[in-house]
Design a protein around this ligand. Structure first.
Ligand code: FE2
Length: 301
Protein backbone atom coordinates (compact mmCIF):
# COMPACT_ATOMS: atom_id res chain seq x y z
CA UNK A 1 0.00 0.00 0.00
CA UNK A 2 1.16 3.49 -0.77
CA UNK A 3 0.00 6.20 1.61
CA UNK A 4 -0.50 9.82 0.65
CA UNK A 5 -1.81 12.93 2.31
CA UNK A 6 -5.02 14.29 0.97
CA UNK A 7 -6.12 17.64 2.38
CA UNK A 8 -9.76 18.27 3.09
CA UNK A 9 -11.68 20.30 0.54
CA UNK A 10 -12.40 22.93 3.16
CA UNK A 11 -8.68 23.47 3.65
CA UNK A 12 -7.94 23.71 -0.02
CA UNK A 13 -10.95 25.52 -1.35
CA UNK A 14 -12.39 27.45 1.56
CA UNK A 15 -15.82 25.88 1.37
CA UNK A 16 -18.76 28.18 2.00
CA UNK A 17 -21.23 27.28 4.76
CA UNK A 18 -23.09 24.86 2.50
CA UNK A 19 -19.95 22.78 2.27
CA UNK A 20 -20.19 19.32 3.66
CA UNK A 21 -17.11 17.88 2.08
CA UNK A 22 -15.02 17.71 5.21
CA UNK A 23 -13.57 14.24 5.55
CA UNK A 24 -10.53 12.34 6.63
CA UNK A 25 -7.26 13.84 5.54
CA UNK A 26 -5.79 10.37 5.25
CA UNK A 27 -6.25 8.52 2.00
CA UNK A 28 -4.43 5.54 0.66
CA UNK A 29 -4.08 4.59 -2.96
CA UNK A 30 -3.63 0.93 -3.66
CA UNK A 31 -1.04 -0.31 -6.11
CA UNK A 32 -3.73 -2.64 -7.43
CA UNK A 33 -6.22 -1.55 -10.08
CA UNK A 34 -8.46 1.05 -8.52
CA UNK A 35 -10.29 4.18 -9.57
CA UNK A 36 -11.23 7.47 -7.98
CA UNK A 37 -13.90 9.06 -10.15
CA UNK A 38 -15.57 12.46 -9.87
CA UNK A 39 -19.02 12.97 -11.37
CA UNK A 40 -20.10 16.60 -11.71
CA UNK A 41 -23.87 17.14 -11.55
CA UNK A 42 -25.79 18.90 -14.33
CA UNK A 43 -23.85 22.00 -15.40
CA UNK A 44 -26.30 24.89 -15.88
CA UNK A 45 -25.48 27.95 -17.97
CA UNK A 46 -22.48 30.23 -17.68
CA UNK A 47 -22.44 30.23 -13.84
CA UNK A 48 -22.17 26.44 -13.91
CA UNK A 49 -19.41 26.50 -16.51
CA UNK A 50 -17.57 29.19 -14.58
CA UNK A 51 -17.38 27.29 -11.29
CA UNK A 52 -16.11 24.21 -13.14
CA UNK A 53 -13.49 26.37 -14.86
CA UNK A 54 -12.45 27.88 -11.52
CA UNK A 55 -12.39 24.73 -9.39
CA UNK A 56 -12.07 21.50 -11.32
CA UNK A 57 -8.32 21.45 -11.96
CA UNK A 58 -7.53 21.95 -8.28
CA UNK A 59 -10.03 19.33 -7.19
CA UNK A 60 -8.60 16.78 -9.63
CA UNK A 61 -5.06 17.45 -8.43
CA UNK A 62 -5.78 17.53 -4.71
CA UNK A 63 -8.06 14.51 -4.67
CA UNK A 64 -6.02 12.46 -7.13
CA UNK A 65 -8.99 11.99 -9.43
CA UNK A 66 -8.46 9.46 -12.22
CA UNK A 67 -11.55 10.25 -14.29
CA UNK A 68 -14.01 13.16 -14.50
CA UNK A 69 -17.51 12.71 -15.91
CA UNK A 70 -20.11 15.49 -16.03
CA UNK A 71 -23.64 16.00 -17.27
CA UNK A 72 -23.64 18.90 -19.73
CA UNK A 73 -27.14 18.95 -21.23
CA UNK A 74 -28.03 22.31 -19.61
CA UNK A 75 -24.72 24.08 -20.17
CA UNK A 76 -26.05 26.37 -22.96
CA UNK A 77 -28.21 28.84 -21.01
CA UNK A 78 -30.00 25.92 -19.37
CA UNK A 79 -31.13 24.32 -22.62
CA UNK A 80 -28.80 21.99 -24.50
CA UNK A 81 -25.14 22.17 -25.33
CA UNK A 82 -23.33 23.61 -28.35
CA UNK A 83 -20.16 22.27 -30.00
CA UNK A 84 -18.19 25.24 -28.67
CA UNK A 85 -19.36 24.66 -25.10
CA UNK A 86 -18.71 20.93 -25.31
CA UNK A 87 -15.13 21.63 -26.39
CA UNK A 88 -14.75 24.24 -23.64
CA UNK A 89 -15.92 21.79 -20.95
CA UNK A 90 -13.73 18.97 -22.25
CA UNK A 91 -10.71 21.31 -22.16
CA UNK A 92 -11.44 22.13 -18.51
CA UNK A 93 -10.59 18.53 -17.60
CA UNK A 94 -13.89 16.72 -18.06
CA UNK A 95 -13.19 13.39 -19.75
CA UNK A 96 -16.75 12.46 -20.76
CA UNK A 97 -19.94 14.54 -21.01
CA UNK A 98 -23.33 12.90 -20.57
CA UNK A 99 -26.68 14.24 -21.72
CA UNK A 100 -30.41 13.85 -21.39
CA UNK A 101 -33.70 15.21 -22.65
CA UNK A 102 -32.06 18.55 -23.49
CA UNK A 103 -29.27 16.97 -25.55
CA UNK A 104 -31.12 17.84 -28.74
CA UNK A 105 -32.08 21.46 -27.98
CA UNK A 106 -29.40 23.12 -30.14
CA UNK A 107 -29.65 22.15 -33.78
CA UNK A 108 -25.91 22.55 -34.39
CA UNK A 109 -25.23 19.70 -31.96
CA UNK A 110 -26.88 17.16 -34.26
CA UNK A 111 -24.03 17.35 -36.77
CA UNK A 112 -21.41 17.52 -34.05
CA UNK A 113 -22.47 14.48 -32.01
CA UNK A 114 -21.12 11.84 -34.43
CA UNK A 115 -17.72 13.57 -34.45
CA UNK A 116 -17.19 13.81 -30.68
CA UNK A 117 -17.57 10.41 -29.01
CA UNK A 118 -16.83 11.93 -25.57
CA UNK A 119 -20.15 13.78 -25.78
CA UNK A 120 -22.92 11.28 -25.05
CA UNK A 121 -26.67 11.46 -25.40
CA UNK A 122 -29.03 8.88 -23.85
CA UNK A 123 -28.60 5.52 -25.56
CA UNK A 124 -32.29 4.68 -25.56
CA UNK A 125 -33.43 7.32 -28.03
CA UNK A 126 -34.67 5.79 -31.31
CA UNK A 127 -32.23 4.08 -33.65
CA UNK A 128 -30.88 6.48 -36.24
CA UNK A 129 -30.53 9.49 -33.96
CA UNK A 130 -27.04 11.00 -34.17
CA UNK A 131 -24.42 10.24 -31.56
CA UNK A 132 -24.03 7.45 -29.04
CA UNK A 133 -24.95 6.70 -25.45
CA UNK A 134 -21.84 4.64 -24.75
CA UNK A 135 -18.21 5.71 -24.55
CA UNK A 136 -15.20 3.47 -24.00
CA UNK A 137 -11.95 5.06 -22.84
CA UNK A 138 -8.78 4.67 -20.83
CA UNK A 139 -8.32 6.76 -17.69
CA UNK A 140 -5.12 8.61 -16.92
CA UNK A 141 -4.08 5.78 -14.56
CA UNK A 142 -4.36 3.28 -17.43
CA UNK A 143 -7.62 1.66 -16.29
CA UNK A 144 -10.15 1.03 -19.06
CA UNK A 145 -13.62 2.42 -18.44
CA UNK A 146 -17.06 2.74 -20.00
CA UNK A 147 -19.68 5.44 -19.54
CA UNK A 148 -23.29 4.64 -20.41
CA UNK A 149 -26.01 7.30 -20.58
CA UNK A 150 -29.66 6.24 -20.23
CA UNK A 151 -32.89 8.23 -19.86
CA UNK A 152 -36.05 7.39 -17.96
CA UNK A 153 -39.55 7.37 -19.42
CA UNK A 154 -41.79 8.25 -16.48
CA UNK A 155 -43.09 11.84 -16.95
CA UNK A 156 -40.65 12.15 -19.87
CA UNK A 157 -40.66 11.56 -23.62
CA UNK A 158 -41.77 8.04 -24.54
CA UNK A 159 -38.49 6.64 -25.81
CA UNK A 160 -37.12 3.10 -25.82
CA UNK A 161 -36.94 1.01 -22.65
CA UNK A 162 -33.84 2.10 -20.70
CA UNK A 163 -33.62 -1.23 -18.89
CA UNK A 164 -33.47 -3.44 -21.98
CA UNK A 165 -31.35 -0.87 -23.84
CA UNK A 166 -29.03 -0.86 -20.84
CA UNK A 167 -28.71 -4.64 -21.16
CA UNK A 168 -27.82 -4.48 -24.84
CA UNK A 169 -25.35 -1.62 -24.41
CA UNK A 170 -23.61 -3.31 -21.47
CA UNK A 171 -23.23 -6.44 -23.61
CA UNK A 172 -21.11 -4.38 -26.04
CA UNK A 173 -18.51 -3.51 -23.38
CA UNK A 174 -15.38 -5.68 -23.70
CA UNK A 175 -14.39 -7.84 -20.70
CA UNK A 176 -11.14 -5.93 -20.11
CA UNK A 177 -13.08 -2.75 -19.24
CA UNK A 178 -12.74 -2.50 -15.46
CA UNK A 179 -14.88 0.50 -14.51
CA UNK A 180 -18.43 0.87 -15.81
CA UNK A 181 -20.40 4.02 -14.99
CA UNK A 182 -24.07 4.73 -15.76
CA UNK A 183 -25.76 8.16 -15.80
CA UNK A 184 -29.50 7.48 -15.44
CA UNK A 185 -31.16 10.74 -16.45
CA UNK A 186 -34.72 10.54 -15.17
CA UNK A 187 -37.52 12.44 -13.47
CA UNK A 188 -38.72 9.98 -10.85
CA UNK A 189 -36.85 8.61 -7.88
CA UNK A 190 -38.49 5.21 -8.38
CA UNK A 191 -37.26 4.71 -11.95
CA UNK A 192 -33.72 5.67 -10.99
CA UNK A 193 -33.71 3.46 -7.89
CA UNK A 194 -35.10 0.56 -9.89
CA UNK A 195 -32.27 0.99 -12.39
CA UNK A 196 -29.76 0.98 -9.55
CA UNK A 197 -31.04 -2.35 -8.25
CA UNK A 198 -31.36 -3.72 -11.79
CA UNK A 199 -27.69 -3.04 -12.50
CA UNK A 200 -26.32 -3.90 -9.05
CA UNK A 201 -23.39 -6.27 -9.49
CA UNK A 202 -23.10 -5.55 -13.21
CA UNK A 203 -21.66 -2.01 -13.20
CA UNK A 204 -19.50 0.01 -10.80
CA UNK A 205 -21.84 2.96 -10.38
CA UNK A 206 -25.31 4.22 -11.28
CA UNK A 207 -25.91 7.92 -10.64
CA UNK A 208 -29.10 9.84 -11.25
CA UNK A 209 -29.28 13.23 -12.94
CA UNK A 210 -31.97 15.61 -14.29
CA UNK A 211 -33.91 16.84 -11.26
CA UNK A 212 -31.09 19.21 -10.19
CA UNK A 213 -31.80 18.60 -6.50
CA UNK A 214 -29.29 16.38 -4.70
CA UNK A 215 -30.68 13.44 -2.78
CA UNK A 216 -29.18 12.08 0.43
CA UNK A 217 -29.36 8.38 -0.42
CA UNK A 218 -25.85 7.68 -1.68
CA UNK A 219 -24.75 4.15 -0.83
CA UNK A 220 -23.21 1.02 -2.26
CA UNK A 221 -25.63 -1.78 -3.14
CA UNK A 222 -24.92 -5.32 -1.83
CA UNK A 223 -23.28 -6.47 -5.06
CA UNK A 224 -20.89 -3.51 -5.18
CA UNK A 225 -22.63 -0.89 -7.30
CA UNK A 226 -22.42 2.70 -6.02
CA UNK A 227 -25.68 4.62 -6.29
CA UNK A 228 -27.34 7.99 -5.73
CA UNK A 229 -30.78 9.03 -6.95
CA UNK A 230 -29.68 12.52 -7.95
CA UNK A 231 -26.30 14.21 -7.79
CA UNK A 232 -27.79 17.71 -7.88
CA UNK A 233 -26.77 20.64 -10.03
CA UNK A 234 -23.70 22.69 -10.87
CA UNK A 235 -24.93 26.24 -11.24
CA UNK A 236 -26.88 28.98 -9.50
CA UNK A 237 -29.12 27.90 -6.62
CA UNK A 238 -30.78 31.32 -6.22
CA UNK A 239 -33.62 30.27 -8.52
CA UNK A 240 -35.63 27.15 -9.27
CA UNK A 241 -33.50 24.23 -10.51
CA UNK A 242 -31.11 26.69 -12.13
CA UNK A 243 -33.58 29.07 -13.75
CA UNK A 244 -34.65 32.53 -12.61
CA UNK A 245 -37.40 32.10 -10.03
CA UNK A 246 -39.55 34.96 -11.37
CA UNK A 247 -40.33 33.27 -14.68
CA UNK A 248 -40.93 29.91 -13.04
CA UNK A 249 -43.30 31.32 -10.40
CA UNK A 250 -45.17 33.29 -13.10
CA UNK A 251 -45.67 30.11 -15.06
CA UNK A 252 -47.01 28.27 -12.02
CA UNK A 253 -49.35 31.18 -11.22
CA UNK A 254 -50.66 31.74 -14.75
CA UNK A 255 -50.30 28.42 -16.53
CA UNK A 256 -49.07 30.40 -19.53
CA UNK A 257 -45.79 29.93 -21.41
CA UNK A 258 -42.98 31.99 -19.89
CA UNK A 259 -39.45 32.86 -20.89
CA UNK A 260 -36.86 31.21 -18.65
CA UNK A 261 -33.47 32.76 -17.94
CA UNK A 262 -30.59 31.25 -16.02
CA UNK A 263 -30.73 32.25 -12.35
CA UNK A 264 -28.00 33.99 -10.41
CA UNK A 265 -26.55 33.68 -6.91
CA UNK A 266 -25.44 30.84 -4.66
CA UNK A 267 -23.42 29.05 -7.32
CA UNK A 268 -22.62 25.51 -6.26
CA UNK A 269 -20.87 22.58 -7.84
CA UNK A 270 -22.58 19.39 -6.67
CA UNK A 271 -20.62 16.22 -7.33
CA UNK A 272 -20.11 12.67 -6.17
CA UNK A 273 -16.79 10.96 -5.61
CA UNK A 274 -16.80 7.22 -6.32
CA UNK A 275 -13.92 5.07 -5.13
CA UNK A 276 -13.47 1.47 -6.12
CA UNK A 277 -12.35 -1.39 -3.94
CA UNK A 278 -8.74 -0.98 -2.72
CA UNK A 279 -7.88 -4.55 -3.61
CA UNK A 280 -9.43 -4.35 -7.08
CA UNK A 281 -12.32 -6.71 -6.21
CA UNK A 282 -14.69 -7.40 -9.12
CA UNK A 283 -18.41 -8.00 -9.33
CA UNK A 284 -20.01 -10.99 -11.05
CA UNK A 285 -19.73 -9.21 -14.42
CA UNK A 286 -15.98 -8.76 -13.94
CA UNK A 287 -16.14 -5.00 -13.30
CA UNK A 288 -14.59 -3.17 -10.35
CA UNK A 289 -16.74 -3.06 -7.22
CA UNK A 290 -17.32 0.32 -5.61
CA UNK A 291 -15.99 0.86 -2.11
CA UNK A 292 -17.71 4.19 -1.47
CA UNK A 293 -19.73 7.05 -2.90
CA UNK A 294 -19.65 10.46 -1.29
CA UNK A 295 -21.45 13.72 -2.02
CA UNK A 296 -19.24 16.77 -2.46
CA UNK A 297 -20.47 20.33 -2.69
CA UNK A 298 -18.21 23.19 -3.68
CA UNK A 299 -19.34 26.79 -3.40
CA UNK A 300 -18.11 30.19 -4.49
CA UNK A 301 -16.10 31.70 -1.68
FE1 FE2 B 1 -32.67 16.84 -18.07
Amino acid sequence: MVGSWRPTISEVHGLAPHGQAVRSIFAFRSLKESMRVLFVGDIVGSPGRQIVRDRLADIVAQWQIDLVIANGENSASGFGITPRLAEELLKMGIDVLTGGNHSWDRKEILEYLPHEPRLLRPANFPEGNPGSGLYLGTAKNGVKYAVLNLQGRVFMTAIDDPFRKGDSELAKIPPDVAFVFVDMHAETTSEKLAMGWYLDGRVTAVVGTHTHVATADEHVFPQGTAYITDVGMTGPHGGVIGMDRGGIITKFLSGLPARFEVASGDVQMNCVLIETDDEGARNSAGRLRARSIERLRFCID
